[in-house]
Design a protein around this ligand. Structure first.
Ligand code: MG
Ligand code: MG
Length: 248
């Protein structure tokens, strides 16, 4: 069942999104060669708690971090720690915050210093695929219009879409109905209605789409070792079109 949110609920989710975005901005400004993913995690947690919110991921099914930090061929759910970033890597950072029981969820991939042309192309295509998905968040469109838009941009750029992990509805829990795949047939799926809130999150690989999990039980990597990028926004569907909640 897809739970629609009232305007008052959207206001609270907007605040959760604003705090999530602020944490991501401060993390972005700290990304450089030599910084550890654990240091970035501490910045995010301090930012979220100072704003009176709570980290959404910390303790979620036992996850230890405020952020998921996923480097290069890591797709999602990397655990922050003592690993220092190196020049030329790309870092995907996923962040969430809770305000009065409502969730915000957003992710971005950052270059560490100067990165390869392939890495820049991958990050650009993944960001554009998210924007294409957001543009479909209009009442009367169908859910898989979003999916098809994301897939089209990613595959037109020569990249592949991860199948095993998808976006999701979001509200008083981080993961609600519906699932939001990053691939699919336009014109199918539930009809989008005002008050629906979706976390749209393309996970795009430079090589093949297959992924596997590491022995730590969390980190997901590309099966072929190719680079992966991840961008995410929490988006409300309103009468006047998409409203991105995870902006400052
Ligand atoms: Mg996320
Ligand atoms: Mg999400």
């Amino acid at each position: 069942m897809i739970i629609t949110k009232s305007p008052a609920e959207l206001e609270t989710m907007r605040e959760a999104g604003r705090i999530t975005a602020a944490a991501l901005r401060l993390v972005a400004s700290a990304v450089r060669p030599g910084v550890t993913t654990g240091e970035l995690d501490a910045i995010a947690e301090e930012t979220i708690r100072a704003a009176g919110a709570a980290p959404a991921f910390k303790g979620y099914h036992g996850f230890p971090g405020t952020l998921c930090t996923s480097v290069d061929s890591q797709v999602v759910h990397g655990i922050p720690g003592s690993r220092a970033l190196r020049e030329g890597e790309i870092l995907s950072v996923d962040c969430g915050a809770i305000v009065d029981g409502y969730y915000g969820d957003s992710a971005m991939t950052f270059p560490v210093g100067t990165v390869s042309q392939e890495a820049r192309n991958l990050m650009d295509a993944t960001r554009r695929s998210l924007e294409a998905g957001i543009a479909r968040c209009v009442p009367g469109m169908r859910l898989h219009d979003i999916s098809a838009a994301v897939q089209g941009v990613a595959e037109d750029a020569g990249f592949s879409v991860v199948r095993e992990y998808v976006g999701h509805g979001i509200g008083r829990t981080m993961h609600e109905d519906p699932q939001v795949p990053n691939y699919g047939q336009a014109g199918t799926g539930p009809t989008l209605k005002p008050g629906m809130v979706l976390a749209i999150e393309p996970m795009i690989n430079a090589g093949r789409s297959d992924v596997r999990s590491l022995d730590d039980g969390w980190t997901v990597v590309t099966a072929d070792g190719s680079l992966s990028a991840h961008f995410e926004h929490t988006v409300a569907i309103t009468e006047s079109g998409p409203m991105v909640l995870t902006l400052e």
